[in-house]
Write a protein that binds this ligand. Structure first.
Ligand SMILES: Nc1ncnc2c1ncn2[C@@H]1O[C@H](COP(=O)(O)OP(=O)(O)OP(=O)(O)O)[C@@H](O)[C@H]1O
Ligand SMILES: [Mg+2]
Length: 242
């Protein structure tokens, strides 16, 4: 066995491009991402920076397999797989993408997609249960996270659909963190939070990094960004994408 001298690479992006074609607008082509190259290793928090509209959320969606890249390669290390650990996301069949989302790559979208009639505690517990934890174990871990994020206990059994923006965002963050996915994508996870809860999220992010997870995120709050970023990844405005 070799000692690990370098942190393990979990994400490798090469020549990534994304162009939207607006079919109901006469096929107008909108270039957003072009020739992006970057890696993310364990313990790194890569922060996407750049003005509004430069494609930060688009990049996260490409990395999650929500948007298909127009060109280039996105390779993810599947630490749960036997054999060849690297998966080419841009060519992965749907089933493989779903398995990556269960075991390898988590995504905290800007807004919670509420599941009707499911209470907050179960919404949070679900990704851990999908990874094989028992119902009790998953709910216990969910309770820990919701308590740390100061979500009032009276809300735990209620569906989050009617929660405030900040309450929904905390449910969303807990749901994103609970699965222990080695790669985690965060789209402005603190935008609707007050200072105390922002500080909790910073702590949770630092713990995730210390566990050796790789984070790629968007943080508009400068203080949060400075507290978590290990590296900035600037995105170029489309006008520079000649
Ligand atoms: N599904 C889509 N179809 C067409 N255009 C899209 C689509 N998604 C994003 N875009 C366009 O891509 C560009 C980048 O959008 P994106 O949401 O990635 O920006 P962003 O950097 O996250 O901005 P913000 O900081 O405001 O969240 C925008 O011009 C947007 O209109
Ligand atoms: Mg965005």
């Amino acid at each position: 066995m070799h000692a690990e001298h370098h942190p393990q690479k979990l994400v490798e992006v090469r020549g990534l491009g994304k162009m939207f074609t607006l079919h109901n607008q006469g096929g107008i082509r909108l270039p957003v991402l072009r020739a992006m190259d970057f890696d993310a290793t364990r313990g790194e928090c890569l922060v996407l920076s750049g003005p509004s509209g430069t494609g930060k959320s688009t990049l996260l969606r490409c990395l999650y397999g929500n948007y298909l890249a127009t060109e280039g390669s996105i390779r993810l290390r599947d630490t749960s797989a036997e054999g060849e650990p690297w998966v080419e996301l841009t060519h992965a069949p749907e089933q493989r993408v779903l398995k990556l989302r269960r075991d390898v790559i988590g995504y905290v979208s800007q807004f919670l997609r509420a599941i009707p009639r499911v209470g907050a505690l179960d919404v949070v517990a679900d990704p851990l249960q999908q990874r094989g934890a028992s119902h009790e174990e998953a709910r216990a871990r969910a309770a820990e996270l919701l308590a740390r994020l100061n979500l009032p206990r009276r809300l735990w059994d209620l569906p989050p659909a009617t929660f405030s923006g900040g309450e929904q965002q905390r449910v969303n963050i807990a749901r994103g963190l609970i699965g222990g996915h080695p790669i985690l994508l965060l789209d402005e996870p603190t935008a609707s939070l007050d200072a105390d809860n922002r500080a909790v999220v910073v702590e949770l992010i630092r713990e995730a990094l210390a566990e050796g997870r790789a984070l790629i995120g968007i943080f508009h709050d400068e203080a949060v960004r400075d507290a978590v970023a290990t590296r900035l990844l600037p995105l170029q405005p489309a006008s520079a994408l000649a």
